[in-house]
Design a protein around this ligand. Structure first.
Ligand SMILES: NC(=O)c1ccc[n+]([C@@H]2O[C@H](COP(=O)([O-])OP(=O)(O)OC[C@H]3O[C@@H](n4cnc5c(N)ncnc54)[C@H](OP(=O)(O)O)[C@@H]3O)[C@@H](O)[C@H]2O)c1
Length: 364
């Protein structure tokens, strides 16, 4: 077998990575090999990586990841450096996003170079900053899979996606409720609900975030600090139609119960965390599902491929807008402090690191 020189080049290269050294252990920046793209994979120079709650939860609770040291980071934006066999849609120099795979170091974003699967990678517009693009993969996947993954109805409302033929505007005139609209996931839920035609689109947030949520497509922003019964009454004043689709992007006990009380018979409530609604409160005619945002996994992949096939056009047309960004200082070294901030709670912003900044490995 003939080995191409870029493969040897890549294999010999080292890079900086933020390592979670052991289960519930500490983070430190270390040196690991640059991965080599296999068939249908691309090697991406990571210019920006966004932080997600799952990253601090993995460290705090020892969940999801089995092998250490572990590289985390699900939201990858950068430049294609090299492509593996059979990759035809991308070439070196392409600006792209992809979603990291939790538990697979080579496919993770808190490092300078990551792999992506070609069918789950999308080009981003020339005018879009890497830092903005990095806000999208996990949040958009979670919103999309929760609403549209008909391949796995136990985790999704199973609606027709707006990027499929006849999907655009399909739910025109039907009301939609998104609890937690100013969260990263909530932003994408609102935008997808708009593309699906839902109206009104009612969301909850701190009211100082209302202008940005109205700009994304929400029609009504209610104060998330109001008592559940007050929110219910306000929503009842906005629409008397049956609310058949609700996405709870917060999914604490209070929001889950509010959402369930709002849900019409025959409707679907999508949660982002485990269902903790008391069984005795439930009726068989109202579905409650918890989304699984891991787009690579078998029951999600087909919908993921269809989303990524459409994504470049959705971004180019401005139909999907990124989250608001705050860039963390210090490259990978800045990530642990960012995760602490995320755990304490952020408002309407995605924290983003730049792995190429302050690289500690010579020659890269
Ligand atoms: N199941 C999955 O696969 C999956 C995937 C991704 C995320 N998640 C989970 O989804 C949750 C959201 O993630 P994220 O990254 O979108 O979070 P995030 O951006 O960090 O969420 C912060 C936002 O939450 C809002 N918020 C907090 N409490 C609220 C409440 N009671 N009502 C309404 N809004 C509230 C805040 O709103 P204001 O600042 O406006 O007050 C803030 O803007 C996390 O628990 C995460 O672990 C699950």
């Amino acid at each position: 077998m003939r080995i191409q020189w870029p493969v040897i080049f890549s294999f010999l290269q080292q890079q900086s990575a933020l390592l979670l050294n052991s289960r519930q252990g500490s983070f430190s920046v270390g040196t690991v090999a640059v991965p080599v793209p296999g068939p249908n994979e691309v090697l991406i120079r990571v210019e920006a990586v966004a932080l997600n709650p799952i990253d601090w939860k993995i460290q705090a609770y020892g969940m999801v990841v089995k092998t250490y040291p572990a590289v985390l980071g699900s939201d990858i934006a950068g430049v294609v450096e090299q492509v593996g066999l059979n990759v035809t849609a991308f070439g070196p120099g392409d600006r792209v996003i992809t979603q990291g795979v939790l538990g697979v170091n080579e496919h993770s974003g808190f490092q300078q170079y990551s792999l992506g699967y070609d069918e789950l990678t999308a080009q981003i517009p020339d005018w879009m900053a890497f830092e903005e693009a990095a806000t999208m993969p996990l949040g958009l996947a979670t919103a999309s899979l929760g609403l549209y993954n008909a391949y796995n109805p136990h985790t999704s409302a199973g609606l027709l996606p707006p990027w499929e033929p006849t999907g655009r505007g399909r739910y025109s005139g039907k009301p939609f409720v998104a609890l937690g609209g100013s969260s990263s996931v909530g932003h994408y839920v609102i935008q997808l609900a708009k593309l699906s035609g839902f109206s009104p689109i009612i969301t909850t947030a701190s009211l100082y975030n209302a202008p940005s949520l109205l700009a994304l497509g929400a029609t009504h922003v209610l104060d998330r600090h109001l008592a559940p019964e007050t929110l219910r009454a306000q929503i009842g004043n906005i629409t008397s139609e049956a609310i058949e689709t609700i996405f709870d992007a917060v999914s604490i006990s209070e929001t889950q119960n509010l959402a369930y009380d709002l849900l019409a018979p025959g409707g679907s409530l999508v949660l982002v965390l485990q269902d903790i609604i008391e069984e005795k409160r439930k009726s068989a005619d109202r579905r409650v599902v918890t989304v699984d945002g891991r787009i690579h996994y078998a029951p999600s992949r087909a919908m993921g491929v269809s989303l990524y096939a459409a994504l470049s056009d959705l971004l180019e047309n401005g139909e999907i807008q990124p989250n608001r960004v705050e860039v963390l200082p210090g490259g990978l070294e800045g990530v642990p402090a960012g995760l602490q901030r995320l755990q304490a709670g952020v408002s309407n912003v995605k924290l983003v690191a730049q792995p190429q900044a302050r690289a500690t490995v010579a020659g890269r």
